[in-house]
Ligand binder design. Structure first.
Ligand code: UD1
Ligand code: PEP
Length: 426
């Protein structure tokens, strides 16, 4: 495990480029095994999840190469093989191999996925969809066995009881080569779902309605890549830098964003009184004065993203009065709270909400990044704090923030990552 060491108090300035979206990338890589040709992705973030997915691909004889943000994957010699359970458990999105392997081979055997520890994360809706498509699903002490009969998968009408990003994408992956028409109702509408549909459609798939709550998929027998797929910018990384810039910036430019993907977030920054100027694909954040307290309620897209409730929290500490956060998606997403308290933050869970009171002063401390966005929250708090903060379990931050030390250093932050015994090469 790595640790991140931040000497706080430096004002930030300059510019930062946002990378490709983690939550698109981690679905696109499993989706690649559905292709009957090699595929190539551009704007791939250099994050741990990508490296772990590459290990999983290798176990199936799918060779991949990652260089300068371009990931090339050749699934043409794919074989069915046991998957490395450590890599599977290292991230949530390994569950996309269920849908992708089903689509490719009509069966899949996988251990349960890992990912961030943010409260219960059932996959009953994924399983319900696979069953509707004609699969049999068995849970054998944490190993999921999914099989189909001789006729393989067939199209079906699926109503998701819960709006789920993962279940929507997994159903698309399983249905894209199935016989006939599949309809997903009450589908999730996140931009990453549109990105996956775009990738598949450019290879000849028929996925219609992605980005709305009804998605129709007409199965096709073959998928051939003819172009490089450029991954959409990461709206969560962008939101994290926007919050950081508002908290500690003296003028920060954030490039490569899609402002429409960030509207629920930027609306809240504007409500707080953040000096925010939004351009076509960039935003400028000026120094903050007299910020107002706000209320935040997380919702499925286009609502306020649960993945941004922790990153905005240090900024809320600067506001006059008490801000309230209600996370309706993951009410137990609280790993940052005790750690922020160690730094002097006035924050407390109360019933089903988090109350964030104005805090004049944060002090460096040793804190633990229990999961990726708790880590992002602590990283911003550490930049604001007086003295040195050591964030342990920093691997969780590296799961989703590519080139984070380089990006922060370019903004004039004093930050480094260390192993227990050696300083990391940048
Ligand atoms: C890799 C990836 O894209 N991760 C994102 C994805 O996670 P993930 O796809 O796991 O999250 P979902 O959208 O599926 O979860 C939304 C809600 O539905 C519930 N649920 C989900 C599936 C299911 O079968 N049954 C069920 O009850 C979950 O417990 C949660 O309360 O969306 C989350 C919600 O925007 C984000 O925080 C994660 O960053
Ligand atoms: C919860 C997250 O990721 P994952 O679903 O990959 O655990 C996240 O990105 O905030």
């Amino acid at each position: 495990m790595k640790k991140m060491i931040i000497h706080g108090g430096q004002r930030l300035s300059g510019s930062v480029n946002i990378g490709g979206a983690k939550n698109s990338t981690v679905a696109l890589i499993p989706a690649a095994i559905l292709a009957d040709t090699p595929v190539k992705f551009d704007m791939v973030p250099d994050i741990l999840d990508v490296h772990n997915l590459m290990l999983i691909l290798e176990s199936m004889n799918v060779h991949s190469r990652f260089e300068d943000g371009v990931l090339s994957i050749d699934p043409t010699e794919i074989v069915e093989a046991p998957m490395p359970s450590k890599a599977i458990k290292s991230l949530r999105a390994s569950y996309y191999f269920m849908g992708a392997l089903l689509g490719r081979f009509g069966r899949a055997i996988l251990t349960f996925p890992g990912g961030d520890n943010i409260g219960p994360r059932p996959i009953d809706q994924h399983i319900k969809a696979f069953k509707a498509l004609g699969a049999e699903v068995e849970d054998d002490h944490g190993t999921v066995r999914i099989t189909t009969g001789e006729d393989g998968l067939h199209g079906a009408r699926i109503f998701l009881d819960v709006v789920s990003v993962g279940a929507t994408i997994n159903t698309i992956l399983a249905a894209v080569k199935a016989n006939g028409l599949t309809t997903i109702e009450n589908a999730a509408k996140e931009p990453e779902i549109i990105d996956i549909a775009t990738f598949l459609n450019n290879m000849g798939a028929h996925v219609r309605g992605a980005g709305t709550d009804v998605i129709r998929i007409e199965g096709v027998p073959v998928l051939r890549a003819t172009n490089v797929h450029t991954i959409i910018p990461d709206r969560i990384e962008a939101g994290t830098f926007l919050a950081m810039a508002a908290a500690m910036g003296d003028g920060v430019e954030i490039h490569n964003i899609i402002p429409e993907h960030l509207e629920s977030f930027t609306a809240k920054l504007i409500e707080m009184g953040v000096d925010l100027q939004i351009g076509e694909d960039s935003a400028y954040v000026g120094p903050s004065h007299d910020l107002k307290a706000i209320e935040v309620k997380t919702m499925p897209f286009p609502g306020f993203a649960t993945d941004l409730q922790q990153p905005i929290t240090p900024l809320l500490l600067m506001a006059k009065g008490s801000s309230i956060i209600v996370d309706t998606i993951y009410p137990q997403r609280l790993k940052h709270v005790p750690e922020l308290k160690k730094m002097g933050a006035k924050i407390r869970p109360e019933k089903d909400m988090i109350v964030v009171d104005h805090t004049d002063h944060l002090t460096g401390a040793t804190v633990d990044a229990g999961e990726i966005r708790a880590g992002a929250s602590l990283m911003i708090a550490a930049l604001m704090a007086e003295g040195t903060t050591t964030i342990t379990s920093a691997d969780n931050i590296l799961r989703g923030y590519g080139s984070i030390v380089e990006k922060l250093t370019a903004l004039k932050a004093d930050v480094r990552i260390e192993d227990s015994d050696r300083v990391e090469e940048l």
